[in-house]
Design a protein around this ligand. Structure first.
Ligand code: 6R9
Length: 659
């Protein structure tokens, strides 16, 4: 392997130092007083009253946090309804004619719902669901794409106190069946179909297949007519629009829920293993997401907000539906993909709606980089005030691109670390207060005790990698954790601590200022010559090379051979040549050391990803090691697995005769 020094000039490291938030932003920020950290610390857990006070309660809670648990209970004694918090209080206040949701279909058709309109349809659909027999605590499964009827159905369920169980529309009939069963759900809302990149996807057909394989009876199904076809409705299947029309003008009394009653359940997207069912509460969860929407996303009633998250995942639940609607902002929703019909779809939406705050994922930013800066550069994005990311660590080069090309160096970026299990944001900077450090998420939000520890629970020294744990309960914590369940009981946790803690499954390191850099899932660790390396550390070095947009590394699993394979995606129009290979080698040697230099660098137009956009290294391990790979149907792009397999076979000479 060439050491690469002789060809080409080693590039400048793209890692900029910390940056202060722009003064223009600070002057108007919802949170600009740095004493918030200290106040929350010295008054914990009562500090969380600040979050609960943003909600409208029927009965006031008696205690903020009861029990030195587990069990724990947040806001015990309090009662509320989530749909009242997202709708009625805006309608009754000064927001009835403010736009709640502005939706754009894949063909450019738009639908606008004011808070009044949204409230009306939520009530009518809630009345329809009640007619079909839905009562408080019945689980209603929602299997729908990003159409307005999805948040409407969520809020209708919330109004009835019936937990929703949203299943991402891109999942298969089998995946839907598993989730219907695990939730013991008797009610299903779906649609006839939708278009994805111009191709019709027949969703109801998948839903019908799933119903056949579920053990229990799915009693009633509601179908939204989206394709304008004449879908056949069988027994116990109802047309959404007819149902809503039948209840035109009906107002449904919101069902009063205890703070700790379940608002919804959701299954994790999971890069490893089985999906996990997580149940979130009405009071604690809603307080957590509402407070973080206001404090971290800086949103209020005057703002227009766009997120690329699909509502089928937790990011869409917390920061498309519940948080933004609870604070009364205008949510721009779109159907389809960010590059359909054109690669400037998002910039178009931002420009034409004068969007103030934009939230997306690093994988999407890397696609934007791959498509090229000419798309955002051709649009007026000056309405933007704040940018956010979630879902994966963001490498400094992607951060910088986002900061310059989208934010025009004038918008703070919040890199928000959280999980399906945490319900809401846990580690991030507060955009009006904290300095930003590209690549590092930031400090734990006020009142949150997130720490990086070694296997015995001792705090790691600055910059030493360890395990990210949460050592104090937080309002958005799921029900099982409140009751004392330790997920570590199911999966051998590499960390053991006296007293209550939650192991996040992520590896991380912390710097002198207490900023946490998340290194990725600890299951995504590779072993090279006896050294345990975080995949993220190596990948982060690789993606900081010019023209590289994405990388995934895996190790060779053979006692006679040792080393790393790197799978690398480049910007559109750039060919993977020796010069780029050499730059990668140099950069890895310089950042981590010679042990991490990849044995093979394989250029590929795409990497295998989950439907929520996370890289599935498991398949790359199979390809690298010439193993059979499992079920690829959970992937967004199953075709790349086969393509990569043949590239690797050709490169490494593991020829057909091994078959
Ligand atoms: C909200 C969401 C959770 C996992 C999490 C971590 C990764 C999320 C991140 C991040 C680094 C960030 N993750 N945000 N890693 N920096 N800002 O994504 O939930 O689908 O449950 O995934 O995503 O590995 O443990 P979920």
């Amino acid at each position: 392997m060439s050491n690469g020094r002789e060809s080409g000039t080693p590039e400048q490291s793209a890692e900029p130092s910390g940056r202060l938030p722009p003064t223009g932003f600070v002057e108007q920020a919802n949170a600009a007083d740095a004493s918030i950290y200290e106040t929350f610390e010295s008054t914990w857990p009562d500090c969380w009253e600040q979050a609960a006070d943003r909600l409208t309660w029927n009965d006031a809670y008696d205690t903020v946090l009861s029990g030195d648990g587990p069990p724990f209970e947040w806001f015990a004694g309090g009662t509320l309804n989530a749909s009242v918090n997202c709708l009625d209080r805006h309608v009754e206040g000064d927001g009835k004619n403010r736009v709640a949701i502005k939706w754009e279909s894949r063909t450019g058709e738009t639908r606008v719902y004011t808070y009044q309109d949204l409230s009306r349809e939520v009530n009518e659909f809630a009345a329809g669901l009640r007619e079909l027999g839905v009562e408080a605590d019945d689980v209603v499964t929602l299997y729908m794409p990003n159409i307005p009827e999805l948040p409407i159905a969520m809020l209708a369920c919330a109004r009835l106190g019936a937990p929703h169980n949203v299943v991402f529309a891109g999942l298969s009939a089998d995946a839907l069946a598993t989730r219907l069963e695990s939730a013991a759900s008797n009610y299903l809302v779906t649609c006839d179909g939708y278009y994805r990149r111009g191709n019709p996807i027949l969703l109801k057909r998948k839903a019908d297949d799933a119903r056949l394989t579920v053990d229990h009876d799915v009693r009633e199904t509601v179908v939204v007519d989206r394709l304008d076809g004449d879908t056949h409705l069988g027994a116990n299947q109802h047309d959404y629009h007819e149902l809503v029309e039948r209840h035109a003008g009906t107002v449904v009394d919101p069902v009063e829920r205890a703070a700790n009653d379940c608002l919804f359940l959701i299954h994790t997207s999971g890069t490893t293993g089985e999906p996990k069912k997580v149940k979130h509460t009405t009071g604690g969860y809603l307080a957590h997401v509402t407070w973080t929407t206001e404090t971290v996303l800086d949103l209020g009633p005057a703002d227009t907000y766009l997120s690329t998250a699909n509502i089928g995942w937790i990011s869409g639940h917390s920061y498309v539906v519940y948080g933004p609607l609870a604070v009364g902002s205008t949510v721009v929703m779109y159907e389809g993909a960010p590059d359909y019909p054109e690669k400037d779809r998002i910039w178009n939406l931002i420009e034409s709606n004068a969007v103030d705050v934009f939230y997306t994922a690093p994988t999407v930013i890397r696609s934007f980089m791959k498509w090229g800066a000419e798309y955002p550069d051709a649009h007026d994005l000056s309405s933007l005030r704040l940018l956010g990311t979630v879902g994966e660590p963001i490498n400094p080069r992607a951060w910088k691109w986002y900061y310059e090309h989208i934010g025009n160096e004038d918008c703070p970026i919040v890199d928000t670390w959280w999980q399906t299990e945490t319900g809401g944001m846990m580690v991030t900077t507060l955009p009006g207060i904290d300095e930003m450090k590209p690549g590092s998420a930031g400090r734990p939000i006020p009142g949150t005790d997130a720490q990086v520890v070694d296997g015995t629970g001792a705090a790691c020294a600055p910059d030493d990698p360890g395990y990210l744990v949460i050592r104090r309960p937080w309002p958005g914590m799921p029900l099982a954790l409140q009751r004392g369940r330790r997920w570590a009981d199911d999966h051998a946790a590499p960390v053991d601590i006296d007293g209550w803690f939650y192991f996040t499954g992520d590896g991380a390191k912390v710097d002198d200022d207490g900023y946490i850099t998340v290194l990725g899932r600890v299951d995504d660790v590779i072993n090279v010559s006896g050294h345990r390396l975080g995949t993220m550390e190596v990948e982060s070095a690789i993606v900081d090379v010019d023209h590289v947009v994405e990388a995934a590394v895996v190790s060779i699993d053979d006692p006679r051979e040792d080393g790393i394979y790197a799978y690398v995606t480049l910007e559109a129009g750039v060919t993977g040549d020796e010069a780029i290979r050499n730059h990668i080698v140099d950069r890895v040697r310089e950042r981590i050391g010679p042990i991490a230099i990849p044995e093979e660098i394989i250029f590929t137009p795409d990497l295998p990803k989950t439907r929520s956009g996370k890289i599935m290294r498991r398949f790359l391990e199979n390809i690298t090691n010439g193993e059979q790979f499992g079920d690829t149907s959970t992937l967004r792009n199953p075709e790349v697995v086969g393509e990569l397999e043949s590239i690797v076979r050709d490169r490494t000479g593991t020829s057909e005769d091994s078959e």
